[in-house]
Design a binder for this molecule. Structure first.
Ligand code: AMP
Length: 203
């Protein structure tokens, strides 16, 4: 089964894509993770786009994605988290793969903004905390598991969050017109959102 998860930054689409991928035993392909993991000269260029809230140019994004799609594990299906992100990417995907279902996780901008601006990351184990919601670190600014000092990612700054939300509404939301999809209420508890998604997928 080939699935696409769409949602504004902060909607929890990454968290849900990961959970559903584990349940369905499908590879979770997050284009955000793929671009963040880039190394070498390309990294500097990519970080510039990410940290200003812009999309990575389509041609470059496709090259990175195609490399990932050449791995054997995608032959039985996958979950795309964060791709496609605009109509041009939809058009490039069309001839390559058939998409079975599209999950749209929706939340109001204000909530998305509050969720992202509170995020703090552990540089060592990658755990993500939230200083306003949960999980809060037991000790302020310190990872519960390895005691590393938590940091705020460049694209979690307030002006960048606004830009990312604008880009989402302008470039990404229109792709929903192209795909039959279900709208999932991302404001609910994580477990309830997961159940709503599973209900739709198993139909
Ligand atoms: P995400 O983790 O999905 O929020 O993605 C983080 C950042 O990676 C985005 O703000 C973009 O700069 C970049 N990115 C992720 N997916 C794409 C994509 N499909 N096309 C272009 N840029 C992307």
């Amino acid at each position: 089964m080939n699935l696409i998860f769409v949602g504004p930054p902060g909607s929890g689409k990454g968290t849900q894509a990961k959970i559903i991928a584990r349940i369905l035993d499908l590879p979770h392909i997050s284009t955000g993770d793929l671009v963040r993991e880039t190394t070498g000269d390309l990294k500097r260029e990519i970080d510039l786009y990410i940290n200003t809230g812009h999309l990575v140019p389509d041609e470059l994004m496709l090259k990175i994605l195609q490399k990932r799609l050449s791995h054997e594990d995608v032959s039985g299906g996958f979950i795309f988290d964060g791709f496609p992100r605009n109509m041009a990417q939809v058009d490039s995907l069309d001839p390559i793969v058939k998409i079975d279902k599209v999950v749209h996780i929706a939340i109001p901008d204000k909530e998305a903004f509050n969720r992202i601006s509170g995020r703090r990351n552990c540089p060592k184990c990658g755990r993500i905390y939230n200083i306003y919601t949960s999980p809060k670190p037991l000790q302020e600014g310190i990872c519960d598991y390895d005691e590393s000092i938590l940091y705020e990612r460049g694209d979690q700054r307030e002006e960048v969050i606004e830009k990312r939300l604008n880009v989402y509404h302008k470039d990404t939301e229109p792709i929903l017109k192209k795909y039959p999809h279900v709208d999932i209420d991302g404001s609910k508890d994580i477990d309830d959102v997961t159940q709503d998604i599973l209900k739709y997928i198993s139909k």
